[in-house]
Design a protein around this ligand. Sequence first.
Ligand code: WQD
Length: 341
Amino acid sequence: MDKILVTGGLGFIGSHTVVELQNEGYEVVIVDDLSNSSIDVLDGITAITDKKPLFEKLDLKDKTGVERFFAKHQDIKGVIHFAASKAVGESVNEPLLYYENNLSTLIYILKELKKLPEASFIFSSSCTVYGQADELPITENAPVKQAESPYGNTKQIGEEIIGDTCKVTPTLKAITLRYFNPIGSHESAKIGELPIGVPQNLVPFITQTAIGLREQLSVFGDDYPTHDGTCIRDYIHVVDLAKAHVVALGRLLKNKNGSNYETFNLGTGKGSTVLEVVQSFERVSGKKLNYKIVGRREGDIISAYADTNKANNVLGWKTQLSLDEAMRSAWLWEQKVKSSK
Ligand code: WQD
């Protein structure tokens, strides 16, 4: 079976994707620098799939290290590139760190892929490239808006780097996946999201509040023009998201792609408000969540959810899991993290 490199394979989305790749029989090599992940995740993946993926600790900013890695693994058929820094706020304070981390690593990998007789490449991008879209749901043709942060800009520039490279490299096939809001964890609770410090994202903040690590969830604004006044997002179960990567990779490996650079939105197509996410949590956990409404968070867009037609009809993938299932798995994982401390 084909050998696939997964960069950032011990991270949140990366680890779930490695599980789905191994479930489909792929041979996986993980590269991760452990800067925002734990080596224990390898055990979780192994326990779920009964197979230990190959692992190499490598900082992809080390160009020579990347060259050495590819020289050792000349049989790599595809790369799923998750490794990146992803904290929006931090990127505003440390722009060079973000541009270097997220773009130099991408360039070094693409340079190696150019040398191969044939290569498939999947890139983690984000719905953040659309900003506040003029029309909802958001299709892949919606204009890319001026990035709100250096982090967002690295995704936009990253997409352009891949597009420019594909134009002149017929042996390279690439797909960019624009994620909406990934949440939840594997149903086994053996892997999940491990935010470092105070979570910035809604769902880990909810589960950490419910478990007693945080006192109260602040709901940022209830005066938006939505049905309950709170912001709308498209929350997608990470297992559904992970499976989309396997489908996208298969499309490239089997030469089913329509062109050598394609873009797909990955979302459920359904928008949920912050309060609906809180209600879903309360429903599946049987716990009341301590929250209060506070002022708006700077930079938040009002509403974003995906038009899933292209992913459904062209990629041939659709989500199978509900918001409640995602919230149940997130809660199970939070309890597991607490009990293993
Ligand atoms: C969701 C909603 C908040 C925390 C994400 C990623 C970001 C980027 C885009 C990555 C919003 C509200 C949150 C809290 C709250 N993509 N909220 N209280 O803003 O969509 O950004 O997608 O590639 O990196 O973070 O997600 O989870 O931060 O917020 O009320 O304590 O929850 O205002 O409406 P967002 P989020």
